[in-house]
Design a binder for this molecule. Structure first.
Ligand SMILES: Cc1cc2nc3c(=O)[nH]c(=O)nc-3n(C[C@H](O)[C@H](O)[C@H](O)COP(=O)(O)OP(=O)(O)OC[C@H]3O[C@@H](n4cnc5c(N)ncnc54)[C@H](O)[C@@H]3O)c2cc1C
Length: 331
C-alpha cells in the first residue's frame, strides 16, 4: 500500500488488550474508505506477546500490521513514533487516524512534527470532501464553540478522534485479514526505554473509557462522602470522576479529574454532583451524550448544559438515586 492510497489507524493496546477507543478510529477510517476508496490498515505496536485481535473483527480493516518487540511492551512515545515514522516514509499513507487518548494525542503531535503534516486534534466529525480532501469539525475555546477545518492537498494528514463519538454500529463479526508481523529489536540509539509500568489508582475503569461517569465537585463537602458516588457508579456500571479543586484538595487522584487540565470524557451518561459548571470543567465533559446535574443552587451554570437537572442537596439525592437505580437495574 503506497502512494497515498491508505489510511493508517493506530490501534492502542494496553498489555494484551486492544482499547475500545481504537475501534472507533477503525470505524471512522472504514466510513471514509467507503467514499474515497482508500484502504484501511490497522497498525499495532506490542511486546513479544501478540494482542488478541478478535475485537478488530467488529470493524475489519483491509490489512493489519503488527510491530512486535520488547521496546513496545509498554507504550513509549519515542519507540512507537520512531518505528511509525520510518514505516510511514516507506508506505506514504494519505491519512493517519488516532484516538484522542493521552497517548494518541501525544503520538499524533510527534508524528506531525516529524512529517510536517498538518494535525487536527480531538475531532468530532470527519468527512471526505472529494477523493483527496477532508473536512473535520473540532471543539475550540474549551468546548464553547466548534470549528470546521478543510484538510486539503495531496500530502499526509493526521487526525485524532474524540472518544465515544465514532462508535458506529457493529455489524456481524467480519473476517480479519492475515496480520503482517514485523519483529524488531530495540533501537540501540533510543534515549529512553520503559522498564516497568506502575499503575496508580484503584484499578477501576478509567474515566475516559467508562460509559457512565459520576463526578463529584466541592459540593460533595469532603472525601468521606465520595463512597456515595462510588456506590452509584457501581450500580450504573460506571466510574467516578472529579472536578479540579477536589483533586487539588487531595480528595481524589488526578486520574479522576475531568476538565481542561484533566481528562476529556464523552460517556453516554455524565452525572455532575455538586459541580458548579465552570468553563474549564465543561471543556472536559460537554461531549457527554446525556448530562444530569445535581446542585443546590438553581442558577448554577452546569444546569445550562444539562439535559436533566435536580435542585437539591447531593448528600440526600445521591442515595435516593442509588436505591432507585438498584431496584430498576438489578431487581
Ligand atoms: C487554567 C485553569 C484550568 C482549570 N482546569 C480545570 C479542570 O480541568 N477541571 C475542573 O473541574 N476545573 C478546572 N479549573 C477550575 C475551575 O475554574 C473551577 O474552579 C472548578 O471547576 C470548580 O469546581 P467545583 O464545581 O467542584 O467547585 P465550586 O465552583 O466550588 O462549586 C461547587 C458547587 O457545588 C454546589 N453545592 C455546594 N454544596 C452542595 C450540596 N450540598 N448539594 C448540592 N450542590 C452543592 C454549589 O452550589 C456549587 O455550584 C481550572 C481553572 C483554571 C484557571
Amino acid at each position: 500500500m503506497t502512494d497515498h492510497r491508505s489510511i493508517f489507524v493506530w490501534i492502542e493496546c494496553k498489555g494484551n488488550r486492544i482499547k475500545a477507543v481504537s475501534l472507533e478510529a477503525l470505524n471512522c477510517g472504514l466510513q471514509l474508505s467507503k467514499t474515497n476508496g482508500l484502504q484501511v490498515c490497522a497498525v499495532l505496536f506490542c511486546g513479544e506477546q501478540k494482542p488478541d485481535l478478535t475485537p478488530l473483527s467488529d470493524f475489519p480493516p483491509h490489512s493489519i500490521k503488527i510491530f512486535s518487540g520488547p521496546q513496545w511492551e509498554n507504550y513509549n512515545s519515542e519507540a512507537v513514533s520512531n518505528a511509525f515514522f520510518h514505516w510511514m516514509q516507506e508506505a506514504s499513507p494519505r491519512l493517519v487516524l488516532l484516538p484522542a487518548s493521552n497517548h494518541g494525542k501525544e503520538l499524533g503531535a510527534i508524528l506531525s512534527g516529524l512529517t510536517h503534516a498538518p494535525l487536527a486534534s480531538d475531532c468530532v466529525e470527519v468527512e471526505c470532501l472529494n477523493a483527496i480532501d477532508f473536512e473535520v469539525k473540532r471543539p475550540i475555546y474549551s468546548g464553547k464553540a466548534f470549528v470546521s477545518l478543510a484538510l486539503e492537498g495531496k500530502g499526509l494528514h493526521i487526525i485524532t478522534l474524540r472518544a465515544n463519538v465514532f462508535r458506529g454500529k457493529r455489524s456481524s463479526k467480519g473476517t480479519l485479514p492475515d496480520a503482517e508481523l514485523v519483529v524488531s529489536n530495540p533501537d540501540a540509539k533510543a534515549l529512553s526505554l520503559i522498564v516497568r509500568e506502575v499503575v496508580k489508582g484503584t484499578g477501576k475503569l478509567d474515566v475516559t473509557e467508562a460509559r457512565v461517569v459520576v463526578s463529584g465537585g466541592m459540593g460533595m463537602q469532603g472525601p468521606e462522602n465520595f463512597p456515595l458516588l462510588e456506590e452509584l457508579a457501581e450500580v450504573l456500571g460506571g466510574t467516578v470522576g472529579a472536578s479540579r479543586p477536589v483533586v487539588d484538595n487531595g480528595w481524589r487522584d488526578y486520574s479522576n479529574q475531568v476538565g481542561q487540565t484533566g481528562r476529556t470524557v464523552s460517556p453516554d451518561l455524565y452525572i455532575a454532583c455538586g459541580i458548579s459548571g465552570a468553563v474549564q470543567h465543561i471543556a472536559g465533559m460537554s461531549g457527554s451524550k446525556c448530562i444530569v446535574a445535581i446542585n443546590k443552587d438553581p442558577h448554577a451554570p452546569i444546569f445550562s448544559i444539562a439535559q436533566y437537572g435536580i435542585v437539591g442537596d447531593v448528600l440526600e439525592i445521591i442515595p435516593l438515586l442509588t436505591t432507585e437505580f438498584k431496584k430498576i437495574l438489578h431487581g
